[in-house]
Design a binder for this molecule. Structure first.
Ligand SMILES: *[C@@H]1O[C@H](CO)[C@@H](O)[C@H](O)[C@H]1NC(C)=O
Ligand SMILES: *[C@@H]1O[C@H](CO)[C@@H](O)[C@H](O)[C@H]1NC(C)=O
Ligand SMILES: *[C@@H]1O[C@H](CO)[C@@H](O)[C@H](O)[C@H]1NC(C)=O
Length: 185
């Protein structure tokens, strides 16, 4: 009997809790609709990171005393202003620039902290940007990074980027990386 009492009590709690939970959900959904109709956007482009030559697009701006002894260059901080293009060919249409920092943040793996703004200059997105902040496990086939905000048409953006290396020169570190970005804004 005591056991049955326990079950009944549980059922009562569930029944009593349900209408309240549901009305809370309806309320927050309605608030969201009122505030803004959200859009889901997928962006695809290629990121060109050039460390070699006379005009590198990414330069080392800081390091630790032991950075060059580390296989992962732990502690190296790079400042980049990398072109973003429509195709993998560096001469394909320029869509914007990836500007900001990436730094070796892992001692035992090639893991980069990315803190960059992807500012677009083409078409309807001209003047709009998205901000990427997170770890880039650079040797993985595909890695995921968070999109934490944006400006212009991407105000209040949140989402994720999937990056895959299209081409890389292991002696110089020059790379072309395909980006697939999904954002809600
Ligand atoms: C490490 O190597 C880089 C690139 O070769 C060089 O620019 C830098 O000065 C070196 N850093 C140290 C602390 O020796
Ligand atoms: C992007 O906007 C800027 C500033 O409004 C303008 O000067 C530029 O021509 C535009 N670029 C493209 C490709 O439309
Ligand atoms: C985006 O993802 C699709 C599907 O996996 C793939 O076909 C495409 O090449 C990717 N684009 C870029 C720029 O990486």
């Amino acid at each position: 009997m005591a056991k049955l009492g326990g079950i009944l009590w549980l059922v009562t709690v569930v029944v009593a809790a349900f209408p309240r939970a549901q009305s809370l959900r309806v309320e927050s959904w309605a608030t969201r609709l009122e505030a803004k109709k959200e859009t889901l956007t997928n962006l695809q482009f290629y990121f060109h990171d050039t460390l070699s030559g006379r005009n590198p697009s990414a330069i080392r701006v800081a390091q630790a005393a032991d950075t060059n002894k580390s296989l992962t260059l732990f502690g190296a901080v790079m400042m980049a202003d990398d072109p973003l293009t429509e195709g993998p060919d560096p001469n394909s249409k320029l869509l914007g620039r990836a500007q900001g920092l990436y730094a070796s943040a892992c001692q035992e793996d090639v893991g980069l902290l990315m803190a960059m703004s992807f500012s677009f200059t083409d078409g309807i997105y001209n003047g709009s940007s998205i901000s990427i902040l997170g770890k880039n496990q650079a040797l993985d086939m595909v890695r995921e990074m968070p999109i934490v905000g944006g400006t212009g048409l991407f105000r209040l953006a949140r989402g994720y980027a999937l990056a895959h290396t299209y081409w890389m020169d292991i002696t110089t570190g020059d790379a072309i990386v395909g980006y697939n970005v999904t954002v809600v804004h």
